[in-house]
Design a protein around this ligand. Structure first.
Ligand SMILES: C[S@@+](CC[C@H](N)C(=O)[O-])C[C@H]1O[C@@H](n2cnc3c(N)ncnc32)[C@H](O)[C@@H]1O
Length: 270
């Protein structure tokens, strides 16, 4: 199925190449996705067991509500209308405190379908600040997809925090797909607005160490990142396999380096 949300860095275009690197019997294995976002790979492969995680609390609240109260979510979000004045009123509500989990989830869905470009961006205070987007009659609630996702998430552990929780849950034979904020192909291409705190080189190094630990436990992983010398340098010499894919759109016209148009998939599955 398609993801429920549009998400920057969403991997719908890469799903087939990523799954090609999974073992044949991947549907029978436990599956973990520590940088979930819109979860394009998860929703495509529909795993029955495992864990999903993201550092964004409003996002993971959304998936928890989808799993545990899909009807409440459908009912609440169905009341919201696509209208510029209403958009800014709901955006203020989303940035306020004291609403219920279902209300925050419905507001996230609404903003995702009506904000400019479907972006999720917060300011330094953590407030969602994307302006109203112009669409031709956008569909805000798709009840069938929400119910399907709810069933799919039934046996999935939904976490919210840093990616290293994976070391507490991943066992031999499990599959892990890691899709961190990309290392910038150039300074102008740096997009780290998913959360208030960005994802720096220290985080990329910690993630590499997590991959080495997963490998030593015989957990199969696939990781995506930008194809840059810095990323290759991090993972070289560990016996992992690299696959470069020319599928990324240019983020900035100023980017001149060859690597800006390429994704790199790294895996220990051989
Ligand atoms: C490239 S996006 C993932 C996109 C996803 N694969 C999809 O198909 O939509 C990266 C995600 O990592 C999350 N993130 C950023 N820093 C993180 C951290 N330290 N631990 C866990 N998640 C983090 C962001 O909130 C963002 O949703």
């Amino acid at each position: 199925m398609r993801p429920l949300l549009k998400w920057a860095g969403g991997k719908r275009a890469l799903v087939k190449s990523i799954i090609d690197l999974f073992p044949q019997d991947y549907t029978e294995r436990r599956y973990h996705e520590p940088f979930f976002g819109g979860g394009a790979v998860f929703f495509h492969t529909t795993p029955q067991m495992g864990s999903i995680n993201d550092i964004n609390p409003r996002l993971m609240n959304f998936y928890r509500v989808v799993r545990d109260d899909s009807e409440g979510l459908i009912e609440e979000a169905s009341r919201y209308r696509y209208d510029e004045k209403e958009y800014y009123m709901r955006r203020d509500l989303f940035n306020s405190r004291g609403l219920s989990d279902v209300e925050y989830a419905a507001l996230l869905l609404y903003l995702n379908k009506t904000a400019y470009n479907g972006l999720y961006r917060v300011n330094s205070k953590g407030e969602f600040n994307v302006p109203f987007g112009r669409y031709e009659d956008p569909v805000i609630v798709h009840p069938r997809s929400i119910r399907r996702a709810s069933r799919l998430l039934r046996n999935v552990d939904i976490r919210c925090g840093g990616f290293d929780y994976i070391l507490d849950v991943a066992d031999e034979g499990d599959i892990c797909y890691l899709d961190p904020p990309y290392h910038p192909a150039s300074e102008t291409a740096n997009f780290t607005d998913y959360a208030t705190k960005g994802f720096d080189m220290g985080d990329q190094e910690r993630l590499r160490d997590v991959c080495i630990e997963l490998d030593s436990r015989n957990v199969l992983f696939v990781l995506s990142n930008s194809d840059t010398e810095a990323v290759r340098g991090l993972y070289e010499g560990e016996g992992f396999h690299f696959q470069s894919l020319r599928t990324r759109r240019m983020i900035s016209s100023k980017v001149s380096s060859r690597s800006s148009g390429y994704d790199l998939l790294i895996t220990n599955n051989r």
